[in-house]
Design a protein around this ligand. Sequence first.
Ligand code: CUK
Ligand code: CUA
Length: 639
Amino acid sequence: MKLKNQIFLLLPLVAASWLQGCKPKTAANAVSGDAAIKAYVPPGKYDEFYNFVSGGFSGQMSVYGLPSGRLLRVIPVFSVDPEKGYGYSENTKAMLNTSNGFIPWDDLHHTELSQTNGEIDGRWIFANANNTPRVARVDLKNFRTAEILELPNSAGNHSSPFITENTEYVIAGTRFSVPIGDNQDVPISSYKQNFKGSLSFISVDPTSGKMSIAFQLRTPGVNFDLSHAGKGPSHGWFFFSCYNSEQANTLLEVNASQRDKDFILAVNWKKAEEYLKAGKGEKKVSKYTRNWYDEKTHNSNSETLNEVTVLDPAVLKDICYFIPCPKSPHGCDVDPSGEYIVGSGKLAALLPVFSYTKIQKAISDKAYDGEFEGIPVIKYEAALYGEVQKPGLGPLHTEFDGKGNAYTSFFVSSEIVKWNIKDLKVLDRVPTYYSIGHLCIPGGDTRKPNAKYVIAYNKITKDRYLPTGPELAQSAQLYDISGDKMQLILDFPTIGEPHYAQALSADLISKNSTKFFPINENANPYVSKGEKEAKVVREGNKVHVYATSIRSHFAPDNIEGVKLGDEVYFHITNLEQDWDLPHGFAVKGANNAELLIMPGETQTLKWVPEKAGVYPFYCTDFCSALHQEMSGYIRVSAP
Ligand code: CUK
Ligand code: CUA
């Protein structure tokens, strides 16, 4: 009773400070003497870890070395990138196709590395698009987006792209419920009758990585927020946090925070697979796209798909189970043993830890508290392992060290709290600057964490860096967790806005990294495999320039015969067969972007000139002492 009162008193406080977070007062003496040496990577030495950080509303993913915090690469995923020609070259435009047309932007919240046997395998990293629901797969051999799959019957793809321990499935859960009937033009006030959520199970081909929607689960109109797969004993299950069990459709900050508990949804996906095999799914006409980049033709392709199979857990009763979870859960994290599931109620003053064994027992004992929208609700106490009392304010996400400890981020009290999973005791806490969102331990959501560091990704930067006008750099912070106490050792800015991130041992990637593309394997229809093949070919009003680039000239480099009204296609093949020797290509007045052509690759820039004259073109990437000489002219004449 006493505790309940305390929680009750805390909640308005939590809610009041929710928008801003609060600021620890110990910033000045936060770093101790040996921090610099711990984060120092001498010039010429490699970092120990790659850190793949979501870029939020920039639609990109960024790659940092750890512990130095050096920015190594920005990978465009759901965004165009003129630096690399991504979304501008003819070869990459199809990557951003959707059933709503070409969409060159999205909101990328979560990154998730592929796994084999519950361990990171370094092959791919997946990312979600929160706005126009999509899931991307990035190939870690060449740090490029290899595939983007759109998700029909859904909106707000936030609870995504978490994976099962052999990358059997990538998951996508919807934050926004939407009308899913054939007539979607319904009053918003009919939310409770007409709006549904969906959970997509995307299968991943173990060899090629190709993604396909195996099935969707239609769910009640709640907001799915985050999720994690079971592992070890709980392999075969997936756990999703959801809020807005009030099913409010207006003023969610008040109306979706009414109930004392929302839910974790436990999904038995092995059971769903059985129903699928037994033909229990309903085929639903749904238009969506799949786009992929072909490394041999150096071209992207797009296909439109028309159908998904939907399973209804309110009818097929033993797929889904709700578990009550205090106050608007956000993170939903499964420990390395697969036994413990941590729910983080954003407005709760405790952290509930659920037990997979107890959940199974509760299901076989039917220890239910009725149903919610046709899905059984397991009694809270029947699923609960225990609660971490007074851990901090505004818990969001939890990662694990594989030594029995959990690390939870607290947005409102702006800190990372380390606690022991078995006895639920708080062991250590450190402030973050300021208002942490996600956090990441290398392998921290897998069976085998590599727990040398925890990295905080903060929402508010305030006074940490030099001012840069009204918006400040986004901030990450690196903490050494090799000892009992967490120690802040480095701040580094990130591209905006970081949400989830993943890190892995660098050798898992670096040993397989592509150095160049073999020119003899180049299957692009417009390839020139040597300067002798360079040519200009007219087809009606289309002028195809088959060109080559090699230090330090283009062939051909003087082009005439183009008429106003023509469409010019520059197909540039980079003949270099050496590491780190891209050539660029840009033409004066072209209203798109440059090309950046990797060694052995062909890329195409389309240009429709609008005035007669002579236009210079040149290589944009400093490639040799005679790089400035790497240029040419194209003449456009009046018809
Ligand atoms: S969310 Cu950003 S802090 Cu989109 Cu994973 Cu929790
Ligand atoms: Cu090629 Cu500069």
